[in-house]
Each structure stands twice: as structure tokens, then as C-alpha cells.
Design a protein around this ligand. Structure first.
Ligand code: PMP
Length: 278
């Protein structure tokens, strides 16, 4: 099946898609994005992703965009892709204009998407877990906005790989544990789930919200509160959450073993409950 791209209303094979070099996303990182996945041809939590996309654009004073048009376009590219399980990447930039820091006069955003077959983590990774390292969070102060400025995330991910780990976890200057390079983070202590509260320092993950909803439905206790690396290292279980990550257990953090070496009982229950909602 073809991997497709959508560029301002036109759908074409990915390799034929181009954008002008003066796109502000390319020049300044002046663009926002979303990543949506489908299961059995049904986009998962589409409205939640679109609401976050709208919020990202509003927070950055983008020109007003008709969300119904975006929604129809997303459904169209999922449909044309034809995958049972597909991933749609959406990127909207503040437009194409001669290079100038100031916003362009024109209100024409640049709207691109791609659709590909979903690449899920293997069952083995979900069962066995991964190793991570912590890194000082040197990203900007508005990580709650989903912008394409992912340079520091990329550096941190590479640092993790170079050190023999699989991913990195950002830690604030106060030793507070924030989130992963492309995921939120949860720990479990005494049967209670703990995750960083929603502040400008983390992305309000759609999967994070879905997991908290599952906790409410199943009366699993949870707390949205700050915790530091000492609490992280001593946790009974820990996992990363995200659209492609789902619930990915952490078995070692900065060399400290977590839990019994594989997915913990509560993490396993949450992964099953999440998949049940898809
Ligand atoms: N934090 C960061 C920094 C991310 O990039 C992502 C994935 N986009 C997440 C958290 C998880 O968000 P979601 O559950 O909406 O995929």
C-alpha cells in the first residue's frame, strides 16, 4: 500500500511531496504537529488530538483554522492510506513567507500530513521493558505546546542510545522528573500511580489522560504530583506512555533496577485496559 502525503489539500505519494524552503516550520520551527494512530481503521482519540492541535495553534497565535476542515482531511488521508492500523502525522506551520522573524501578513498556514502503516513496539519490548537514562531538561519553557522544535529531544534520545539505553527522561533543575523524549512518565509506589502534573514543562499527553481515565473507571489510585529522581529509582514500577509507546515498562533507570525485571502487574493491567479502548 502506498505511503501518502497531503500538502494543502493535495494527496500524493510521499516521495513526490515537497514544501517551499521558506516554510516557517523549516526556517524557524514555527509549526505545530500531532500524531494520530488508527486501529482497525478507526482513528484512536481523534477529537482529543484535534483539540490539542487547536490549543497549540491558539497558544502560538496562529491564524484561525477551521477544525472541521482539518478533521475531514485527517479522515480522508486515513481512508486513502487504507491501512487497518495506520499512523497519521499532521504538521501545520505559520505559512510560507520571505525569511523574517516577525509573523507574515498573510494568514495562509501550511498544512501537511503523511500516512504510513503503524509501527508498534514489539510484544517483547512491552513485556521485557527498556532501560533509560535521565538528562537535565534544557528544552524551552512551553513544552505543553506540541511544536516541531524537537532538537533537544533528539539530542537526548541519541545520548541515551549512545550510552546503551533506549530513551532518556527529562529532569528539571529542582531534580523533579518530568517526561520522556517522546512520552509521559508514570511511576507506581504502593499500588498508586504517580505522574507529573500538567504544567508548561510537560506535554499534556492524550495517552496520559486516557490512562488516568482508566484509573478513575477502575478505582486505581493515582496522584498528579511532583516526584524526584530518588522516588523514581525506588519506584515499584515505572513506565512511559504515548500514542505509539502505549505503556512501555522501564526496567532500569540510570543503572538502578526497577521492579522485578519485566512489566509489573499494574503496568500490565493498564496496557491491557488501554488496548481494550482502541
Ligand atoms: N511528551 C512528549 C514530549 C511527546 O513528544 C509525546 C508524544 N507526542 C508525549 C509526551 C505523549 O503524548 P501522547 O500520549 O499524546 O502521544
Amino acid at each position: 500500500m502506498p505511503e501518502l502525503a497531503y500538502v494543502n489539500g493535495n494527496i500524493m505519494p510521499i516521495q513526490d511531496a515537497t514544501i517551499p524552503i521558506e516554510d516557517r516550520g523549516y526556517q524557524f520551527g514555527d509549526a505545530v504537529y500531532e500524531y494520530i494512530t488508527s486501529f482497525n481503521k478507526r482513528p484512536f482519540l481523534l477529537d482529543e488530538h484535534l483539540a490539542r492541535l487547536k490549543r497549540s495553534m491558539t497558544e502560538l497565535s496562529f491564524p484561525l483554522v477551521d477544525m472541521d476542515t482539518i478533521r475531514s482531511a485527517v479522515l480522508e488521508i486515513f481512508d486513502k492510506g487504507g491501512y487497518d492500523n495506520g499512523d497519521v502525522y499532521i504538521q501545520i506551520s505559520r505559512g510560507v513567507a520571505p525569511r523574517d522573524h516577525a509573523f507574515p501578513e498573510s494568514n495562509e498556514i501550511q498544512f501537511i500530513m503523511t500516512v504510513r502503516e503503524t509501527k508498534r513496539y514489539s510484544d517483547e519490548m512491552h513485556a521485557n521493558g527498556i532501560k533509560v537514562i535521565t538528562v537535565e531538561d534544557q528544552r524551552w519553557g512551553r513544552c505543553d505546546i506540541k511544536t516541531v522544535q524537537l532538537l533537544y529531544n533528539a539530542l537526548a534520545k541519541q545520548k541515551a542510545l549512545d550510552s546503551g539505553a533506549y530513551d532518556a527522561v527529562f529532569v528539571g533543575p529542582d531534580n523533579v522528573v518530568r517526561e520522556g523524549t517522546s512520552s509521559n512518565l508514570f511511576i507506581i509506589v504502593d499500588q498508586t500511580l504517580i505522574t507529573h502534573p500538567l504544567t508548561p514543562n510537560i506535554l499534556p499527553g492524550i495517552t496520559r489522560a486516557c490512562l488516568l481515565q482508566i484509573c478513575r473507571e477502575r478505582s486505581i489510585p493515582f496522584q498528579e504530583r511532583f516526584f524526584d529522581t530518588n522516588e523514581l529509582y525506588a519506584a515499584d514500577e515505572a513506565f512511559l506512555s504515548g500514542t505509539t509507546t502505549e505503556v512501555l515498562p522501564l526496567i532500569e533507570i540510570d543503572g538502578h533496577p526497577i521492579g522485578q525485571g519485566g512489566i509489573g502487574a499494574i503496568s500490565k493491567k493498564l496496557l491491557a485496559a488501554l488496548r481494550n479502548k482502541m
